[in-house]
Design a binder for this molecule. Structure first.
Ligand code: WT7
Length: 645
């Protein structure tokens, strides 16, 4: 592991919000007296009725309850839009860069106000009320942000489903959120290709009841509109006013649900609420990205993931920032696209995923070096561990050694960034997410839950609540408690392994549960397995991750066929296609190994440890195999392994 240390650049030390001493002082204060710290920080947003209580959180087994600012009332859209109008009506709120470089536009805060109010009125006119769940299945167009803010404005709860998910995944999420309104577009556009969003919604709506589908026109592609169910957004918007009063929301009223994969069962509906979430998104956006008025800020995520929620829409807009929304992909129309966009819009802060860096690295320096990137001041990384090699390349080639990199560790569940460097304050070590943000108390525990001190390695837990924390699994509080608070009582268990070095820096080592991280996207191995066994020719399947040069982890599936079925190249392709159809392209297995049997204990439990080792091509170190029911199975697995190096 690399231990090169990058000092805070002198130019940064001068104008950054923080330096090391300030960080240490504020951090100590935030841990010593969280009520005081967060009581003050809560004021960074506007409240209709101020709160008198700050924190009310308990991780007690059976009684987990998390509340922040509970007696205050506010509105997220009001904070992200209206309150900026007095000073920023003419400032750009959103820069939209289309898939095709000839298409881009700027939306001012004044325009954003009108667009959000109109969208809110369209929702109301279509029967959406406070507390209703609205599913959003959209491409990366400004209307996605308008729709989110419109929900927030009237107190509806949005549930965004990433546009890359299949109709089956979409219908499961519509059903899970009991949402009878879906907002979509005719088609999406990515890398010059059309994504059939409306067609997918139609297919999903065959499986679950959907009352209303609001369709935004993006490509003008020919789509079928179902009478009595589907309406065109532009036709509805033409009928409504550009003003809509923001609903007065309690701090703990739900803001959104976002489905995410876990180690078992179906994806969970992570529920975030209003006040604490917004305070946390805003404070982290300010300090982590050292945001100053006038900065042009670009996060390349999709609004279908939490990164898009907190760091394209809510955090930046709460701070009155200019946020860039990109419809396309890093390689279209050329492999210089990211850097062309940086130059075109004079981007100062650029936040992306390691997988993108690794794939661009493969094309060499020239596509980067042919662009200027003079406006860049800060680079960010999120979603998975960044290997020191990719970090160094990002720093040297993209940032010209001038821009610090913030390697931000967090999760859908955490609402915002928890472990991260703070530019101006933190010396950097490539591959380390470094130190905790204010109010965050990480601990490393062993398998029994014993807290380990000093330089050590184990499982990462969080001992204190923070305002952006998820509040429950939508509709299943018991699952919330069991997933996050049962492994280590009185602590939030992250599911990540972690090392802490002698300087107190944290190094995330990856998931310790049956979740894999493919290109920064979280995938439950159980979900891929159940998609595979749903295929009529498959009798059994076990899925594990393996190291993949670009994706971080790839999906390795062991498949046992029904008796009488023969393995073939055609069947392999059919199974990959089947998983894509069931879940979406992000779940496509990279490698499939047909195996006559899986390694099981005598009680029938699959020994995943062995499958992982074989997938990693590390079969020399299988460990204890004495409990295997049939050791011959392992020999066959090794002989036919798919990841020979
Ligand atoms: C999991 C959460 C956070 C938004 C995007 C992913 C991994 C995330 C890092 C990082 C090492 C990271 C963890 C975490 N992860 N950021 N900087 N370094 N690992 O959100 O889909 O909820 O996934 O992503 O394993 O638990 P998510």
């Amino acid at each position: 592991m690399s231990e090169t240390i990058y000092d805070v650049p002198a130019a940064w030390a001068k104008k950054a919000h923080l330096n090391d001493a300030k960080y240490k002082k504020m951090y100590a204060a935030s841990i010593k007296d969280p009520d005081k710290f967060w009581g003050e920080q809560g004021k960074r947003i506007d409240w209709f009725k101020p709160y008198t209580k700050v924190r009310n959180a308990s991780y007690k087994p059976g009684k987990v309850s998390i509340k922040w600012y509970e007696d205050g009332t506010t509105n997220v859209a009001y904070n992200c839009v209206d309150r900026h109008l007095a000073t920023r009506a003419k400032q750009t709120a959103i820069i939209w860069e289309g898939d095709d470089p000839s298409e881009s536009k700027k939306i001012t805060y004044g325009q954003l106000y009108t667009e959000v109010c109109k969208f809110a009125n369209v929702l109301k006119a279509n029967g959406v009320k406070k507390g209703d769940r609205v599913t959003i299945y959209m491409p990366m167009i400004p209307e996605a942000a308008y729709a989110m803010l419109a929900c927030a404005r009237i107190g509806a709860v949005h549930s965004i489903v990433f546009g890359g998910f299949s109709p089956d995944s979409l219908s499961g999420r519509i059903e899970g959120a009991t949402s009878d309104v879906v907002i979509t577009a005719d088609e999406g556009l990515r890398g010059g290709r059309k994504v059939p969003l409306k067609v997918n919604v139609d297919a999903a709506a065959e499986k679950v009841p959907v009352k209303t589908v609001i369709v935004v026109k993006r490509t003008g592609g020919d789509v079928a509109m179902k009478e009595g169910r589907d309406v065109w957004y532009h036709e509805e918007a033409a009928k409504v006013s550009g003003h809509c009063p923001p609903a007065e929301m309690k701090a703990e009223d739900p803001l959104f649900i976002l489905y995410t994969s876990g180690s078992t069962g179906k994806p969970k509906g992570v529920l975030h609420t209003t006040g604490g979430y917004l305070v946390y998104a805003a404070i982290t956006h300010q300090y982590v990205f050292d945001y100053h008025d006038g900065d042009i800020y670009w996060c390349t995520a999709d609004v279908g993931w939490v990164t898009g929620h907190s760091y394209i829409v809510y955090g930046p807009l709460a701070n009155g920032a200019t946020t860039l929304m990109f419809e396309g992909i890093p390689t279209y129309p050329s492999i210089s696209r990211f850097w062309d966009v940086v130059d075109k819009h004079k981007v100062n802060t650029f936040y992306t995923a390691p997988t993108a860096i690794r794939s661009l690295m493969g094309a060499g320096e020239e596509p980067v070096k042919r662009t200027k990137r003079k406006s860049l001041r800060l680079l960010g990384s999120v979603g998975e561990p960044i290997n020191p090699e990719a970090w160094e390349w990002y720093h040297r080639v993209v940032g010209d050694r001038r821009c610090p990199i913030v390697d931000t560790w967090w999760q859908t569940e955490t609402g915002g960034i928890l472990i991260t460097p703070l530019p101006g304050a933190t010396k950097l070590k490539p591959g380390s997410a470094t130190r905790p943000f204010f109010g965050v108390k990480p601990e490393i525990v062993d398998a029994e839950g014993k807290v380990l001190e000093g330089a050590t390695e184990g499982n990462l837990v969080l001992a204190e609540s923070w305002p952006g924390q998820m509040r429950t699994v939508y509709g299943d509080h018991k699952r919330f408690e069991e997933t996050y608070f049962a492994t280590y009582p009185n602590k939030y268990f992250t599911g990540d392994g972690c090392r802490r070095d002698a300087d107190g820096y944290y190094w995330i080592t990856g998931r310790v549960d049956d979740v894999i991280n493919v290109s920064g996207h979280r995938m439950g191995t159980a979900e891929v397995e159940s998609a595979l066994v749903a295929h009529p020719k498959v009798s059994e399947a076990a899925v594990v991750g393996y190291p993949h040069d670009i994706k971080g982890q790839g999906i390795y599936a062991y498949v046992t066929l029904m008796s009488g079925e023969m393995p073939s190249e055609a069947l392999r392709k059919e199974l990959v296609g089947h998983v894509r159809k069931e879940i979406g392209p992000i779940a496509s297995p990279d490698l499939i190994q047909f195996s006559p049997g899986l390694p099981k204990t005598r009680s029938g439990k699959i020994m995943r440890r062995i499958l992982r080792k074989i997938a990693e091509d590390e079969f020399g170190a299988l460990g204890d195999t004495s409990t295997l029911a049939d050791p011959a199975v392992v020999e066959d697995l090794i002989a036919n392994r798919q990841n020979k190096r």
